[in-house]
Write a protein that binds this ligand. Structure first.
Ligand code: G6P
Length: 288
């Protein structure tokens, strides 16, 4: 496959492959490991994503930042406590299927190789693909196909880490009136915008397909499709110290707002069916 002129293939010192995009509309970086967007910056605007300065891109270990793909389970695998948190998609090397420049938008298609999830945890016939459309906006489409003869159920998230100048100035709009679970408690009703002034690990059930992160210096729009859950996460002081590849003060400059389907919102697919989880984010000029 030949790459458009605006896309180049690079490798980290640890030998992980990535695509660098420098187009008329944006700059971006996508790792084949995890099909993970780690940098996205529309031309003339600030970067939208946070990537840990301690990340050294080890093969088979989750990259801390950008948009990790959690699949086919989110968080811990309840029946199999020894299975890795957030599944296998984020730590597996994906196949690059296609890269195109479509009128300035870069469209990248990746596929998770069959067998990436050990059969003991995932005895199902499935295909997982990621299509990214990178222009003034980043649009990520994670599609799960049931290619077998029996239904299966999965949970998932596009675990976006957004960059913010100061977490104490941040609020998340578009959640008021929805309910969330946190630390195995709730449901609680969200009153007004959500703020982060302590460890936050909330799973919202929210129909509204568009939220805004007011960073204090700009407004990030985060839209979702095929997503009934939304996770808001910041580890704050104590948990930050315990996280891998995460600086002690990293919690001050990031917030995760994750398009998801988890817990009661798990997706069940019949044979032949497809489900697509979509997140789209961009700098918004107003709360449209
Ligand atoms: O450290 P990780 O496995 O990447 O997980 C990071 C975080 O992901 C999600 O946001 C979960 O809700 C958190 O409970 C978890 O701590």
């Amino acid at each position: 496959m030949s790459l458009p002129l605006s896309v180049t293939l690079g490798r980290t010192p640890s030998d992980l492959a990535y695509l660098d995009i420098d187009s008329a509309l944006c700059q971006a970086r996508v790792f084949l490991q995890g099909a993970q967007l780690v940098h996205f910056q529309p031309k003339g605007l600030k970067p939208l994503l946070w990537l840990s300065p301690l990340e050294d891109f080890a093969r088979g270990r989750a990259i801390r930042g950008g948009v990790p793909v959690c699949w086919p389970w989110f968080g811990n695998n309840k029946p199999a406590a020894e299975a890795p948190a957030h599944g296998y998609a984020r730590t597996s090397e994906w196949q690059l299927v296609d890269v195109e420049d479509q009128d300035g938008e870069i469209v990248i298609e990746l596929a998770l190789p069959a067998g990436a999830v050990p059969e003991a945890y995932w005895p199902h016939a499935s295909e997982l693909t990621m299509v990214m459309v990178l222009g003034k906006r980043a649009r990520l489409v994670l599609s799960t196909d049931n290619t077998g003869t029996a239904p299966f159920t999965f949970t998932q998230a596009l675990h976006s880490y957004f960059a913010v100048p100061d977490i104490n100035q941040v609020s998340v709009r578009g959640l008021a009136g929805s309910h969330y679970l946190e630390f195995d408690e709730g449901p609680f009703e969200q009153q007004g915008p959500a703020v982060v002034r302590q460890e936050v690990d909330r799973m919202y059930s929210v129909e509204k397909p568009l939220q805004h992160i007011d960073t204090g210096e700009g407004l990030i729009a985060v839209a979702r499709e095929g997503s009934r859950s939304l996770v808001l996460w910041n580890p704050w002081v104590e948990k930050a110290k315990a996280l891998a590849q995460f600086p002690d003060d990293g919690f001050k400059t990031m917030v995760c707002l994750e398009a998801a389907n988890i817990q009661a919102d798990a997706v069940t697919l019949a044979p032949g069916e497809r489900h697509s989880l979509v997140t789209e984010f961009y700098w918004a000029s107003s709360q449209d």
